[in-house]
Design a protein. Sequence first.
Length: 383
Amino acid sequence: MSPVPYWRLSGFYFFYFAFVGAMAPFWGLYLHSLEFNAFQIGVLMSLLQVMRIFAPNIWGHIADRSGRRLAIVRLAAMASLLTFVGVFWATSFWPLFVVMSLISFFWSASLPLVEATTLSHLGDRTDRYGRIRLWGSIGFIVVVVGLGWALDHASIRLVPWVVLGLLVGIVLTSRLIPEAEIAHREHVHIPLGEVLRRPEVLALLAAAMLMAAAHGPYYTFFTIHLVESGYSKSVAGWLWALGVVCEIGIFLIMPRVFARVRAETVLLATLVIAAVRFLLIGWYADNLPVLLLAQLMHAFTFGAYHASALALVHRHFTGKNQARGQALYNSLAFGVGGTLGSLYSGAAWDGLGSGMTYSLAAGFAIIAALVFAWKGRPGQGTA
């Protein structure tokens, strides 16, 4: 078995999630500084997800047909960088709408293809995925803490310049990753449509979509919620970072967890924990100890959730379906679910307030748990 290119893969994850660490907490604040209202902010933030509904499937189909995953990643990374330059001139709603749509179309190509490449490099050693992915969490922490501190001393207009630099990092690291041989584990190729008709696969994808929707208020308005509750931007950055530090710890221990507990059981538990977490954030943001507890739960609602969901996707989508399976998971979860989350949170925020908006998020998480418990629970059609 060939050695895993640990540092080259880790470098890409570092910059990719450092980009997320700038966009998720601070891009909403940047848009707020341009005097957009909550609904407009929700719409513009949703564009980072909208293209993920269909774009990853286009890229994944091309990658599986051509076998050139990384050539597509490199092309898309460069296109993302070039289109992002437009944000320095687009400061009104519709020009920014167009620019962010283009950025999202190209940016959404990268992660599912790199995830599929990483898992191909790992082969049967998928329990080591977390030790590569944790570098993405480290990148997120470095940026969210550093940029949060910087914004207490500098203009919010610093944000797009930081994002531009991180996109340069994505372009450079994408060129260092070696292509991996695609493993064909089944003797006979199983058509993608047949895989998608399995109840446990449908339950997994539906739960992933609902879980992403549940995170809509968190990724769109959490920093705004904290600032409006009286916290500084640097404290907001540290609160984001706290959750991701816990996420790193979970990634490190997940191999031992999966040795004892089924991935389905872990996934179901994380959905229930998410509902509790969002209720705490929505109603007790002014209570720092409760807010700290809610951020500690990020270890489960992102770290354990993502590791278990990815393990199940890798189990169900094999051979020639690998890239398309990852793309489909990303499209439904982060595309459909993420878009729905951004839109309903943007529509509800001004009218219903933060508490009720986060209560809607908790409702999505509970529905996800019920769906997965019904058809995706252990012993019910899993491979």
